[in-house]
Write a protein that binds this ligand. Structure first.
Ligand SMILES: NC(=O)c1ccc[n+]([C@@H]2O[C@H](COP(=O)([O-])OP(=O)(O)OC[C@H]3O[C@@H](n4cnc5c(N)ncnc54)[C@H](O)[C@@H]3O)[C@@H](O)[C@H]2O)c1
Length: 304
């Protein structure tokens, strides 16, 4: 049996129609029903802690969407509850499963562009109504989201950088608010130094208007060539053999969710450990918080 729980009952019912789930009005009612073994927490950031700890206290396995919580202290409390419960705990970061990201990793491992010199990460998409409009656009509230674009969409760009370049060590950043309705930053431009001593640029921009250019989302520059991940997921390798680059593969945003939830299912049903630990997932939050500190101090800030 599955349950659909949402404070907005129309949302819960819509899920129930598509899945056959039983509708509950609150998480407590759902947990008391004893009709499921695992909870997917897909809530605004400020609600992650209470819902996740309640689920662990009820003996549930938990999949929690990124970021684990808006503060490092809240993450520690969640990790403590997970450890006490002894159940599966996976924090969602679908960038871990983007086929284009794993393909780039494979190409790097094969030495397709030599040693990495630097990486450019770029995320700029116009405002999307499903994320920024509606009755309670929590993303516009700094208190609810924990910040702006760096803590939210930015995590999908930081995770690949961490996978390719090792742990993020320090950052220097500037932030701005080109999208005035968002209390937190709607622009962050940062330099990120990794444990490998590679420095990457990290830009996330939420412009107020609809126009944007389809520039690559990642450009990895190596000693012998470049790997480019285009908006839309096509991966090209520029190794000098073809000025237009050689297409190495195509990504799939939606496939990343399929693979992510398959990993959670395998963890619950078969005891297979997900690719990274929940503790690792705190790294993107720490990176974003260090960027906020740097924007204030105008200095390089340590991430850990
Ligand atoms: N991996 C990705 O690509 C991706 C994309 C979008 C969102 N996210 C993450 O998913 C999470 C949710 O984001 P979203 O965009 O789906 O938000 P959303 O606002 O679209 O959905 C949140 C839902 O929670 C419900 N809700 C609010 N308060 C509640 C309460 N007290 N009890 C029960 N239900 C409540 C709302 O009614 C709404 O249906 C966030 O952590 C976000 O960062 C990840």
């Amino acid at each position: 049996m599955t349950g659909a729980i949402d404070i907005d009952q129309a949302c819960a019912k819509a899920v129930a129609v598509r899945t056959g789930a039983q509708v509950f009005e609150t998480l407590d009612q759902g947990l008391a029903s004893g009709t499921f073994d695992a909870v997917l927490v897909l809530l605004p950031h400020h609600l992650h802690e209470d819902a996740t700890i309640a689920a662990f206290n009820a003996g549930q396995h938990v999949f929690l969407e990124k970021p684990m919580a808006p503060t490092v202290d809240a993450c520690s409390r969640i990790l403590d509850a997970a450890s006490r419960a002894g159940r599966v705990f996976m924090v969602g970061e679908n960038a871990q499963y983007w086929p284009e990201i794993t393909l780039a990793q494979q190409l790097l491992n094969e030495g397709a562009i030599g040693d990495v010199v630097t990486v450019r990460a770029w995320h700029c998409l116009p405002p999307m109504s499903e994320f920024l409009e509606g009755n309670a656009p929590w993303r516009l509230s700094r208190a609810h989201a924990g910040g702006g674009v760096a803590i939210d969409a930015g995590s999908h760009w930081l995770r690949p950088l961490r996978r390719w370049l090792g742990e993020l060590v320090e950052v220097v950043a500037v932030t701005g608010r080109p999208y005035p309705a968002m209390e937190g930053e709607s622009m962050v431009r940062a330099l990120c130094r990794f444990e490998t001593d590679v420095v990457a640029s990290f830009d996330v921009v939420l412009p107020p208007g609809p126009g944007f250019a389809p520039v690559p989302v990642f450009q990895i520059t190596g000693t012998t060539g470049e790997i480019v991940i285009e908006l839309g997921g096509r991966v090209r390798v520029y190794d000098g053999s073809d000025p237009g680059g050689v297409v190495a593969g195509h990504g799939s945003y939606l496939q990343s969710f399929v693979d992510q939830f398959a990993a959670f299912e395998a963890a619950v049903l078969d005891g297979v450990q997900p690719a990274v630990s929940p503790e690792y997932s705190v790294g993107e939050l720490r990176g974003a918080l260090a960027m906020y500190r740097s924007a204030e101090s105008r200095m390089w800030e340590p991430v850990w």
